[in-house]
Ligand binder design. Structure first.
Ligand code: SF4
Length: 380
């Protein structure tokens, strides 16, 4: 297994749009949590002994807000994991940071542990918008966090932005992009706002107190964003991710290429061989089980070889590098009978301007990216 994800499920408060699993950081839970991912990883390696045989290539610690554990908490979590999966030779080790929690001490400690990539959740460079969506930091804190990361040697730093946030004018979005570009970062993620049911944001929109762009307007914003970022030297290597050459997030690319990955923590997902599971989104259930040395409750699914192979190859269409039907068929012989049919369907999609061929690989066109999910359904 090459990829490990560690979920830290604590936040200072809930952002109004957030559908991820996280809870308010209570002192006793924050104190116990760092011990638990190690126990879960030991339980997983008893279940799948081969997991510890292949060296890890990437680690991604996300959340939630990993920094809520504090420097000592993160160190203790990492030391625990290191006893199960050696971390000294990791190629890419990312930690997600919230600008409200970035300090020189934290960055120094992360650097010493071997972390070599940061992903900073900025979302917008406008204070009114940050307030409107419940972020707990200001634009200035975001700028300071990025600059501090640089001065502590984290060249490989990216920021996340959200397009289509409520009441944001095209002019304001341009300012956010300009600010992001002025930082000259190797990586930018630009997610389209997804309004999650049950969130305060969904409620405000439902009541007509906030307005968001309709689908066409959002597609225009995303297309304009791509033009601006391309002109600045970024490649859109995945639907929501842009990077300067050589700076794509290897962890995510590995998962999109269909590799196995293990996720630790409540709500974390895993894909090992033909098995898929997601730990239950409950910190208390997670703690209770893991403290008793038993696997945390999870939703589990076992796929037959065809479904497993299909799931692993379809994500390639999200990537700029695209999809080669015959390479997929030779990687997974169970798919051999499908390759000719995929070629036919890809050719039909090409006639509609949704995909294009580059050598033996197929990838989405700009029009195809707008309706990516429908194209993937059509082909696979
Ligand atoms: S910081 Fe991230 S995980 Fe926490 S509430 Fe905000 S969006 Fe959700």
């Amino acid at each position: 297994m090459k990829h490990l994800y560690i979920h830290v499920p604590f936040c200072k408060g809930k952002c109004f749009y957030c559908g991820f699993y996280s809870v308010m950081a209570e002192t006793h839970m924050v104190a116990i949590y760092p011990e638990l991912p190690k126990v879960e990883s030991l339980l997983r390696t008893s279940e799948f002994p081969e997991l510890s045989k292949e060296p890890l290539e990437t680690v991604y610690m996300g959340g939630g807000t990993p920094a809520m554990l504090g420097v000592e908490g993160i160190k203790s979590l990492v030391n625990g994991i290191n006893e199960v999966f050696p971390l000294h030779a990791i190629k890419e080790w990312t930690v997600e940071l919230n600008p409200a929690h970035v300090s020189g001490e934290l960055l120094e400690a992360l650097r010493e542990m071997g972390v070599n990539r940061l992903s900073i959740g900025v979302q917008s460079f406008c204070d009114q918008t940050l307030k409107r969506i419940g972020r707990k930091h200001s634009m200035q804190e975001a700028l300071t966090a990025v600059r501090l990361a640089r001065t502590h040697g984290f060249e490989n730093t990216g920021v996340d932005l959200i397009a289509g946030l409520p009441n944001v004018t095209p002019a304001e979005w341009s300012v956010t992009l300009e600010q992001a570009l002025s930082l000259d970062l190797p990586h930018l993620s630009v997610y389209a706002l997804s309004v999650e049911e049950g969130t305060p944001l969904a409620q405000q929109i439902g009541l007509g107190k906030l307005t968001i762009p309709d689908d066409d307007e959002l597609l225009d914003v995303l297309a304009a964003t791509e033009e601006v970022l391309k002109a600045a030297g970024y490649e859109r290597y995945e639907i929501s991710n842009y990077a300067k050459p050589g700076s794509a997030c290897e962890h995510n690319v590995g998962i999109w290429r269909g590799n196995d990955f293990l996720g630790l923590g409540p709500a974390a997902s895993s894909r090992i061989h033909s098995r898929r599971w997601t730990n239950r989104s409950s910190l208390s259930d997670y703690m209770e089980s893991v403290l008793q040395n038993t696997l945390p409750p999870r939703e589990e699914e076992a796929l037959d070889p065809l479904a497993d192979a299909l799931e692993r190859v379809t994500f390639a269409m999200r990537l700029k590098e695209g999809f080669d039907p015959y390479a997929a068929a030779s990687r997974f012989p169970v798919l051999a009978a499908q390759a000719d049919r995929w070629e036919e369907r890809l050719e039909a999609c090409a006639r509609q301007g949704l995909v294009e061929r580059g050598g033996v690989r197929w990838c989405l066109t700009a029009r195809g990216r707008e309706v990516c999910d429908a194209v993937i359904r059509e082909i696979f």
